[in-house]
Write a protein that binds this ligand. Sequence first.
Ligand SMILES: Cc1cc2nc3c(=O)[nH]c(=O)nc-3n(C[C@H](O)[C@H](O)[C@H](O)COP(=O)(O)OP(=O)(O)OC[C@H]3O[C@@H](n4cnc5c(N)ncnc54)[C@H](O)[C@@H]3O)c2cc1C
Length: 533
Amino acid sequence: MVNRIYDYIIIGAGSAGCVLANRLSESGKHNVLLLEAGGEDKSPWVHIPIGYGRNFSNPNVNWLYESEPGVDWVKRRIKQPRGKVIGGSSSINGLIYMRGQKEDYEHWRQLGNTGWGYDQVLEYFKKSEDQEKGAGKFHGVGGPLTVSDPREKHPLADAYIKAAINSGYKLNDDFNGSEQEGFGYQQWTTRNGRRCSAAVGFLNPVRRRKNLTIESKAHTNRIVFDGIRAVGVEYEQRDQIKLAMAAREILISAGAYNSPQLLQLSGVGPSDILSELEIKMVANREGVGKNLQDHFNAPLMFELNENFTLNDVLNRWGPKIDHIMRYLFQQRGFLSMGVAYAGGYIKAHPSSVSPDIQNLLMLFTSELIGGPVDPFPGCASVVALLRPESRGSVNISSADPKLPPEITYNFLTAEKDRETLILGVKKVREIMRQEAISRYIVREVRPGTGSDRDEDILDFLEKSGRTSYHPVGTCRMGSDDEAVVDPRLRVNGVKSLRVVDASIMPTLVSGNTNAPVIMIGEKASDMVLEDNS
Ligand SMILES: Cc1cc2nc3c(=O)[nH]c(=O)nc-3n(C[C@H](O)[C@H](O)[C@H](O)COP(=O)(O)OP(=O)(O)OC[C@H]3O[C@@H](n4cnc5c(N)ncnc54)[C@H](O)[C@@H]3O)c2cc1C
């Protein structure tokens, strides 16, 4: 047992943890310890964007979780990858840069989360950003997170955008600008054709700060309390149990699965779970682990008549070598590509006042995500539900910190989720039937029926629906008694402990979650420093 004292201890070097480590050590006045269960981000496949395909099932960088089968709907396990490496999920994600909608943050504010309205979060999005489009009302330059356009256009993406416009949708050249609705190219968190993870942007440039200690392969087992005050962290590294003490605060940034797990293991959680597992209770907090949400999606897939997709590059030596050379010498081509090239945001449900469906065009297809690509040219047009009403949970089923938590989603249990996804699939199929893109399509491969009957679409969702790997909400922020953290992200019922990551989102934002979590890390850093000044 080694005892050392720091001002701040951060658990988890993911999207939020890397931001905290940078900002809290910036002044040089505070000693900061960053603990990460995974290893260093040395693998080239973390840095070459297309590596997300490999990392999807690579145990060296991934926790490889699975969710429980649903009871009434989606009665099967679904893979739940999570980054277990410096950079966390930002080191293995699909690189799409999306903030969600103004309305998402206004909704958080209306729920009682003072300080989290759109104007207040916008300043932090801009602070973190180095936007290739340049600075403006909605964008910043000079920040640690580089945001880029694809380095070249693709004829299928052009055709898809044209098909959407011919279907009556707007062209949108900036989904993170004045409005999200419409179709266009996606932006990626890449810098010169390489991944700009939270580690690359925020952590690696400041590794030499004397007041910042980074410990990788350091698995936190539990928070140590003195009464209700969090005073230290017990972690395991190279088969040794160690103890680090915090003079000011402990910040949990272990992500939407592991943050509630860690709280429960430490005695902060629902009393029935704690007593059943004989964990000494520090605070009875029923909300810890509840409110789990993700973007469930329908991955429509098509066989194409042109050899211009990633499938062809991976299946044939000629194009493979060509793309490797293009990447090595120009940092271009498929190796520099984020998961989706183009996309669109549409209103599907009649009651929606802002887009409720995200449609992503991916230039590859495979039966199993992360598995081998199909032996023909193909593209996927993924239809994701942006604001689900179904709610799940994350709970420990053992007091052993090394065992995975139980992840239960209850996808599609809310009727509106089913309705919106069915309508979304129909609208996206209308786009894919437009001549501009249908001239490239040989057939729909998955589901393959082409049937727009509600029951057939639902059947596809039941059997083949996927998640978008955006779990949030399990340490919900709020100003009510049930909330896990207050609007300054302090854990209710205890002292000197905050949660700072995707788990604090009260509701899921209408877009991908890396940029919002980085914003949360930026805003939390200011709050921590203010509250301790
Ligand atoms: C396959 C995949 C694709 C995605 N695609 C996109 C995308 O294209 N665009 C986008 O915006 N978002 C995407 N996301 C989501 C996005 O990356 C996450 O929402 C975001 O990174 C979450 O940040 P976080 O800080 O909450 O958690 P994480 O980044 O997951 O960080 C948590 C960290 O804590 C560590 N940790 C956990 N438990 C412990 C412990 N007990 N002790 C020590 N360390 C611990 C983990 O190893 C990890 O490094 C994707 C995610 C995945 C997995």
